[in-house]
Design a protein around this ligand. Structure first.
Ligand SMILES: *Cc1c(COP(=O)(O)O)cnc(C)c1O
Length: 411
């Protein structure tokens, strides 16, 4: 072994022809002409489809696969996904509208998130979607709404477990958390659900996001299922839904590798077999956002300027952190690290120089890549950022500095 810095996992999902990246069968420069401007996000339908097929092949057939649309709520993309998954998870009334407009049956939509307002809860009950109960206040509000609308709210209880997901990029369960109800208080909530006549359907957990360690995910799935089995003893009716979350990660940074689905598949297979006996009416669900869409998207921008300052070379692009907050390192990263980037029309050129890629905003935070080694890039050349299909356009402060909203296309 030597001391060479770790590399990014190879980005092989987009083919290269004549040195140019090809997206959805279209060479990059032709795609830019078709879109008519830079910067933009592009998502590749065939890659979205392939990811779902590969995942289904690795997981038990009985398992239900849901898409968490907060990862990428572009309506055309949601419409593509909903034809291929078993349901969707929404986290606001805006996302609920996108899902209903896309034609997803209400039965297959679940609505999670802390701080659902009474208005949102009423919309959810009237729509007939499954509501992920996150507090005692929500249960009380739903009892009133159900009476008023004469429609019993369909609910699953989100459990804040008594364990954490090891090595997740973002922990969302275990310890003090705003999400769900602490495991030891769940029996009390189940009692209230029974007394108020809400339509109890089961349990939900989501303990963390962006995890690349298959062993840690498998362990969390197993512990989650065990916890559900224990709490089911207090359930006011049969368990029809066991949503075990997900949190599957994708490789963004140097040294990271794609997730190994094998241990996750075998754990879920054994869970599904046990559940078939213990909870014969139950669907086992996992809900994924980033893993389904993240690798199918690129952020495409154009070099506006090339300048040197005190020995460092800067490529200034027309896109920036206002449209791609995550690539700038300001979306929950502790230490800023580079996303994989390329000069999309010089994929085979020799990597000749170490550059900073910066956006047009007047802030030192607007850095998309720091001292990354690329082929020589000139004004007019196209810079692409890989792994940009999730938490991009809608997870960025687009109004910051008054640039126009980013264009998104699905090809
Ligand atoms: C954010 C979220 C997801 C999706 O997370 P990913 O890491 O993108 O897969 C799923 N379920 C819930 C409840 C969430 O809050």
């Amino acid at each position: 072994m030597n001391s060479i810095a770790p590399l990014h996992a190879p980005m092989k999902q987009f083919p290269v022809a004549s040195g140019e990246l090809v997206v959805g069968g279209i060479p990059l420069k032709q795609l830019v002409a078709r879109v008519g401007c830079t910067p933009f996000y592009v998502y590749d339908r065939a890659l979205l489809t392939r990811r779902i097929e590969e995942l289904r092949a690795a997981l038990p057939t009985r398992l239900k696969l849901h898409y968490a649309i907060k990862a990428n709520p572009m309506p055309a993309l949601v419409a593509h996904m909903t034809q291929r998954v078993d349901g969707v998870d929404v986290a606001s009334s805006g996302e609920l509208k996108i899902a209903l407009d896309a034609g997803v049956p209400a039965h297959d939509i679940s609505f999670a998130g802390p701080g659902k307002t009474d208005a949102e809860l009423a919309q959810a009950v009237a729509s007939g979607v499954l509501i992920v109960l996150e507090s005692f206040r929500e249960a009380a509000a739903l009892a009133t709404i159900s009476k008023t609308l004469n429609l019993p709210a369909r609910v699953v209880v989100r459990i804040n477990p008594n364990f954490e997901l090891k090595s997740a990029g973002m922990k969302m369960g275990g310890g003090p958390k705003p999400f769900g109800v602490d495991a030891e208080r769940v029996p009390d909530l189940l009692k209230i659900i029974g007394e108020t006549g809400l339509a109890f359907e089961g349990f939900h957990l989501f303990v963390g996001s962006q995890n690349l360690r298959a062993g840690a995910i498998a362990e969390a799935l197993r512990k989650s299922y065990t916890l559900v089995s224990e709490l089911a003893a207090s359930a006011p009716g049969p368990v029809k839904v066991i949503n075990l979350g997900g949190g599957f990660g994708i490789p963004y940074f140097p040294g990271e590798q794609s997730l190994d689905l094998v241990p996750i598949g075998s754990t879920l297979t054994s869970i599904a077999e046990e559940a078939a006996k213990s909870f014969p009416q139950a669907e086992i669900v996992i809900e994924l956002g980033r893993y389904l869409v993240g690798e199918a998207g690129l952020y495409v921008s154009r070099i506006v300027d090339r300048k040197v300052s005190n020995g460092e070379l800067f490529l200034v692009i027309d896109g920036g952190m206002h449209q791609h907050l995550a690539a700038s390192g300001n979306f929950g990263q502790v230490l800023r690290k580079n996303f994989p980037v390329a000069i999309g029309s010089r994929m085979h050129a020799i990597k000749a120089e170490s550059v900073w890629i910066v956006g047009p905003l007047c802030t030192p935070l607007d850095v998309l890549a720091e001292r990354t080694v690329l082929p020589r890039g000139e004004p007019g050349d196209l810079v692409v950022i890989f792994q940009s299909g999730a938490y991009g356009a809608t997870a960025s402060p687009q109004a910051f500095l008054g640039h126009p909203p980013v264009v998104e296309v699905l090809v």
